[in-house]
Design a protein around this ligand. Structure first.
Ligand code: BG6
Length: 513
């Protein structure tokens, strides 16, 4: 079947009507979801696919096969998915699910059972004939990581991972991608035994967020920022991912990972690389990822004796927050009373290259902070000579990239207060996505699913990026293990422990968004 006309606009619109746009076409394909009875499929994957259907971005030849152990039927699978789309999908998407329900089928098998993959193969061939999916397959690993190995081996053994002629076979791998560098390397080896790197799409959903993609647009589609984007003008950068929720029912999982593995190794490191990278030669998957990984190469691993000075970790404690009496981390379900797992971490990273030498990057992430906010704050140096207000320094200029919520970009600068005296006050220039573009914003998974169908790996983590990020994070985890210092504490609903302020050094303070 020929390519469809479905397309995706990767361009940047502006309210004046000038638009830079690239249009790409999606080939027909089948998406096989391993672990299809789980939460991710119901909450994210299928609602996102229906978001694509609503926007006319799915190819006409399209089908989904849910592969899982449970004894479900096509009918019970569809009922569950319809419910998911109603609860979690964008407005009007349930109607798209109803229209496409026949495209969803269920395949029951154990992940380790070879016969289940042989019958999957036969089923996929039948779907190709019936629905025009043209032999193109995407395998989505939405299972716990412990099942990845069996799935990958069976996909390779049955030839399902092979690309033949024009037909593509791709694999999407969910996080966590390992729990340290050794497990990540082992997993990359397993993936590579079945698929070529160009067939592999490692999901970090932060890369699918419009505002994260806008970091590249802001930097490289404009002439005014890039000349200032270096150690000569930037004093420091703060990257914050704060959440007001606690660990909830995920205490058992969180206890094993901590905020460093759950958020910093992946989401914050990815954002950091986009902020700090050099301009790529082109916006292609390898050109972009080559530059991102160079940033990680330029960050050296910590020595254990450096860790108490370069990082702060803490746990939230019981407090009244948002009108509620909330539990401390150690009272959460699945968390031992003597836990030393961090729910908050702040890290000072130095990027040892020409652009960033002497400009520290501060990363912080935490649960039970006062509000949910993700932002990047580029803080500029003060002017060399202060003319106003008897030389009293104003707040430095800050370029703020608001990733979520209240998506936008703001610039803080000093302005003259109207009147006969010369008084300067900080003001803000503010761009808001909602006001400028209106409309609904697609979920990050929509963009990532679409890109995997298009075969565009730009917004996915490459094996070397994942491994480099683990190298840095492992050195932190190792330092914490050897340190005599226990995690600090901070009351739930506050911006972390006091010691985090000292991390920034004199004259700097954490933003309290
Ligand atoms: C996930 C983490 O990757 O990201 C969660 O495992 C976290 O702990 C979530 O809550 C945050 O994602 P978002 O898109 O809500 O910022």
């Amino acid at each position: 079947m020929a390519d469809t006309t479905a397309s995706s606009a990767t361009g940047l619109a502006n309210p004046l009507g000038d638009e830079l746009r690239t249009t790409r076409s999606v080939k027909p394909c089948v998406v096989v979801i391993f672990g299809a009875t789980g939460d991710l499929t119901k909450r994210k994957l299928v609602p996102s696919l229906m978001g694509l259907a609503k926007d006319g971005l799915l190819p006409p030849g399209f089908a989904v096969v849910g592969f899982a152990r449970r004894n479900w039927t096509d009918e019970s699978f569809r009922t569950e998915l319809a419910d998911g789309v109603r609860q979690f999908g964008r407005p009007d998407t349930p109607a798209h699910f109803d229209a496409l329900a026949d495209a969803f089928t269920f395949h029951q098998s154990d992940f380790g059972d070879r016969a289940g993959y042989e019958s999957l193969k036969a089923k996929l061939e039948q779907i190709d004939r019936q629905r025009g999916t043209a032999g193109n397959r995407i395998f989505y690993l939405a299972t716990p990581p412990s099942s990845y190995s069996a799935i990958l081996q069976n996909l390779a053994a049955t030839g399902l991972s092979k690309e033949t002629g024009d037909h593509f076979a791709r694999v999407i791998v969910e996080k966590p991608f390992g729990r340290d560098i050794h497990t990540a390397v082992a997993l990359n080896d397993q993936v590579r035994a079945a698929f070529h790197e160009r067939q592999v799409f490692r999901i970090d959903h932060y890369l699918g967020k419009e505002t994260v993609q806008n970091i590249l647009a802001l930097r490289f589609a404009n002439g005014i920022f890039e000349p200032l984007w270096n150690e000569k003008f930037v004093d420091h950068v703060q990257i914050t991912v704060a959440e007001s929720i606690g660990v909830g029912s995920r205490g058992g999982y969180f206890e094993e990972s901590g905020i460093i593995r759950d958020m910093i190794q992946n989401h914050l490191m990815q954002v950091l690389t986009l902020v700090a990278m050099e301009p790529p030669a082109a916006i292609t998957a390898d050109a972009v990822r080559d530059e991102k990984v160079k940033v990680l190469h330029a960050i050296r691993s910590f020595k254990p004796e450096e860790i108490d000075e370069a990082t702060v970790r803490a746990q939230y404690t019981r407090a009244s927050f948002g009108g509620e009496d909330v539990k401390g981390y150690r009272d959460e379900e699945g968390v031992p009373k003597d836990s030393v797992t961090e729910t908050y971490a702040a890290v000072r990273l130095e990027i040892n290259n020409w652009r960033w030498a002497h400009t520290p990057f501060f990363l912080r992430a935490g649960k039970r902070l006062p509000r949910r906010v993700t932002e990047v704050a580029i803080t500029f140096k003060q002017p060399p000579h202060l003319l106003f207000e008897g030389g009293k320094p104003l707040q430095p200029n800050v370029l703020l990239l608001r990733i979520q919520p209240d998506e936008g970009v703001a610039l803080r600068f000093g302005a003259k207060v109207p009147g006969p005296d010369v008084r300067i006050r900080d003001v803000r220039m503010d761009f808001r996505y909602g006001t400028a573009f209106g409309g609904e914003t697609a979920d990050a998974y929509e963009r990532l699913l679409l890109d995997s169908m298009l075969g565009d790996g730009t917004l996915f983590a490459r094996a070397d990026e994942v491994e480099e990020a683990w190298r840095i994070v492992d050195s932190i985890v190792n330092g914490w293990k050897q340190s005599k210092r226990r995690p600090d504490e901070h009351a739930a609903g506050t911006w972390g422990p006091e010691r985090a302020d000292a991390l920034l050094g004199p004259g700097r303070s954490w933003r309290k968004p």
